[in-house]
Design a binder for this molecule. Structure first.
Ligand code: PLP
Length: 383
């Protein structure tokens, strides 16, 4: 327990900003008293569309990124008999969203530099059952989406981009979400901006918006417009199997407050990542990501720890009050996916054994950064 006498609180891996702006936004939304999907939900979606320079693309908010991926998978018609080529090296939320439709997961390796799905390996796994590719912007570094889109065009596939890590990142001057096929964001508890729990689907096709609204809210054809005015429509039809995964008004208000601060969050995170990079650059036995963090909104800071020393480094840090995480285990090892088809996964297996996530927050003091850096450096100084 933090607060125990003599034991300083551990530096957590994540620490969302929940300060006065966020609390005030939540309080005001509670005062309005409209808790369900409402005007604030639409306001948040419009703010996302503006921030991401969507230029006609549309944002449909949800109560998580998992549900965003799920309704995106339903939107493109995934079901039993279909195959989706997925990185094994990602959070199982993506795999679960897809396998829930009855489609089969096919595990694909990642490329060794940025650990996002390897387009060359994707090509090798395509069959006549392949319907889609799941791409993940690991850490916030954009995946090779242009190559994946080329493959998708050649083979008539869809690309589901899991951008849970990449809100605020850009590639070639384009914000993630403003190009590509279907993009999903997370605003979960620990993500770069949070709505406590939340997510969004970005679609380039205006015609998908109605379908996504139906999928998001119980297959009901006509209630979104009324709810966006904090009203209800009592006359509606149910036109498909839907789910219940809309974003409520209070979470949306928190999202708006977070969005107003995201530039500062991102700048700080970039600065902390560069500080870590500089501090660790000379340590043999650590591999850092080869980026200057420009144009990247870093969600987590990950070291690749060579020589089987990850567990020892994590224990050393823990003893010095620094928490760490592991992003990710290879999902092909999970028992639920034991029968899933897979290609060679050697990069995944190596990465899954090496990655160690250090604390990265929107606001960190020099003392906290120093504590983390000293923890890592003292491990290697001891040899
Ligand atoms: C956090 C995360 C998700 C799930 O997001 P939720 O909003 O918690 O459902 C999906 N994919 C990746 C890569 C994530 O890190």
């Amino acid at each position: 327990m933090s607060g125990a006498v003599g034991v300083p609180p551990k530096v957590p891996v994540y620490r969302p900003y929940l300060g006065v702006e966020v609390q005030e936004a939540a309080r005001k939304a509670l005062e309005v008293g409209w808790l369900g999907m409402g005007a604030l939900t639409r306001e948040f979606e419009q703010a996302l569309e503006a921030r991401l320079l969507l230029d006609g693309r549309r944002a449909v908010s949800t109560n998580s990124c998992t549900e965003a991926l799920h309704i995106a998978a339903r939107l493109i018609g995934l079901g039993p008999g279909d195959e989706v080529i997925c990185p094994s090296f990602t959070y199982v939320a993506g795999h679960q969203a897809i396998s829930r439709t009855g489609a089969s997961i096919v595990f694909c390796d990642v490329e060794p530099d940025n650990l996002s799905i390897d387009p060359a390996r994707v090509r090798e796994l395509i069959t006549d059952r392949t319907r889609a590719v799941l791409a993940v912007d690991y850490l916030g570094i954009p995946c090779q989406l242009d190559e994946l889109m080329d493959i998708a065009r050649e083979h008539d596939l869809r690309v589901l981009e899991d951008a849970a890590h990449a809100f605020g990142s850009s590639s070639k001057g384009r914000p993630v979400g403003s190009f590509g096929d279907i993009t999903c964001f997370s605003f979960g508890p620990v993500k770069t901006i949070t709505t406590l729990e939340g997510g969004a689907v970005i679609t380039p096709d205006e015609r998908d918006v109605q379908a996504l609204h139906e999928l998001r809210h119980l297959g009901i054809d006509a209630d979104t417009d009324a709810r966006y005015r904090n009203q209800r429509n009592w006359d509606f039809d149910v036109v498909r199997q839907g789910y219940r995964c809309h974003l409520g008004s209070v979470p949306a208000a928190i999202g708006l407050a977070q969005l107003a601060m995201v530039d500062e969050f991102v700048l700080n995170r970039q600065t902390y990542c560069r500080t870590y990079d500089q501090a660790f650059a000379d340590i043999e036995g650590l591999r850092l990501f080869d980026t200057d963090w420009k144009d990247i909104a870093p969600y987590i800071y990950v070291l690749r720890v060579a020589d089987g020393r990850r567990a020892d480094l994590a224990a050393h840090l823990s003893a010095r009050g620094v928490s760490t995480g592991i992003h990710f285990l290879g999902a092909h090892e999970f028992s639920f996916y034991a029968d899933s088809r897979r290609g060679d996964l050697s990069v995944t297996e190596q990465a899954a054994g090496e990655v160690l996530t250090l604390p990265l927050h929107p606001y960190m003091t020099p003392e906290v950064l120093e504590q983390v850096i000293d923890g890592v450096r003292s491990f290697y100084a001891a040899g």
